[in-house]
Design a protein around this ligand. Sequence first.
Ligand code: ATP
Ligand code: DP6
Length: 409
Amino acid sequence: MGDNRQGPVYRSSTTAPVNIAVIKYWGKRDATLNLPTNSSLSVTLSQASLRTHTTASCSAHYAAHEGDSLLLNGSAEPIQHSPRTQACLGQLRSLRSSLEASDPSLPKLSGLPLHIVSTNNFPTAAGLASSAAGFAALVRSIADLYALPQSATELSRIARQGSGSACRSLMGGYVAWRAGSAADGSDSLADEVAPPAHWPQMRALVLVVSAAKKHLPSTAGMQVTVKTSSLFPTRADVVVPRRMQNMEQAIRARDFDAFARLTMQDSNGFHAVCLDSWPPIAYLNDVSRAAVRVVEAINQQSTDAGAGLLAAYTFDAGPNAVVYYLERDTERVAGVFRALLGNERVEGWEGSYGQDIKPAEMEELATLDEKAVETLRAGVSRVICTGVGGGPEKVDSHLVDERGEPVWE
Ligand SMILES: Nc1ncnc2c1ncn2[C@@H]1O[C@H](COP(=O)(O)OP(=O)(O)OP(=O)(O)O)[C@@H](O)[C@H]1O
Ligand SMILES: C[C@@](O)(CCOP(=O)(O)OP(=O)(O)O)CC(=O)O
């Protein structure tokens, strides 16, 4: 809390992670409450690589007529016109208001305007799950500002209404979002299937194919699929429920072969229902397909030698590839991509995860399809080397100073 002449500025700051689903959320049964048609499961990625940093503040000296505000990467976001952000703020305020009613000694924060300042250390709205980390950080930082006693699972009900995938970023490790069946969404919540320490060897290599903001946003895309795809009901009602069980089992048993197969099958199943939509939705491009070819070649070598799968690709609503692998296979998976993409052409090989990636030997590359290699070299602009990580963290570094002014990082 900072003090100035007009009264205190209350502040709380958090960082929150990105998550990349291995069983995809695609489809809403209720667009207003943001309720999904199927459960999903993701891996939370380390905040050493990708993170949102958010400070929530409130003060009696913030002009009441200006209302709440969100400054995102230095620009004002029009949150008054965002029903999703309004739903999150309204529900957090009402929890604070109940707390104030039960303990009159508490400062009346629920009636004060909120000034929120946030930065993403990666491109916003580029298919890198910025809305997931962004809404998780928003909900966590306000819940801390308001000293709310609710658990991460209880808060996931609120974050879900900001962006569905955000409910999975309130926890670290391996996280499930249970679709639930209640009409009011009260049982549509996220829970931790396993903490990062259960299987800390999980690594992810993100191939940034396009940092541009040009794909059909997830929200719009999934509505088209639910309305028009004839394959979709089978995916939501039959295929995904079975896969969720098998994926949880694979994670519990630390069975990478099963994890990888289910991850690739589910990514392909999700993109298949996109293509089956009308008008068809195609998120993958030639560069994405080249990444698939390279992962297939890596896995072929391993299975030919009688071992299991070493790498798993997955794609969200855009062309960027995420490749999961285990630390012990770093050279045989990430090393292959490093050898073929090179250091000069592509940035991002530094950092705690990247520096351990040694380029694979030339013979490992001999079996790769030349055209795929060429396409990948031309189309990947940047890589992000990361791994499984923890949930949101409360931090002392504030993006709002003691007088209530934004601070630039
Ligand atoms: N740090 C943040 N704080 C609050 N809201 C954020 C933050 N970052 C992103 N958002 C919200 O998320 C929106 C971007 O979401 P969108 O779903 O378009 O992109 P994405 O999450 O990067 O991509 P995708 O969902 O396809 O993976 C932003 O316009 C903003 O409203
Ligand atoms: C393909 C996905 O990344 C879709 C994510 O969709 P969003 O969570 O961005 O959608 P809204 O709830 O409409 O905001 C798959 C996933 O993350 O599970």
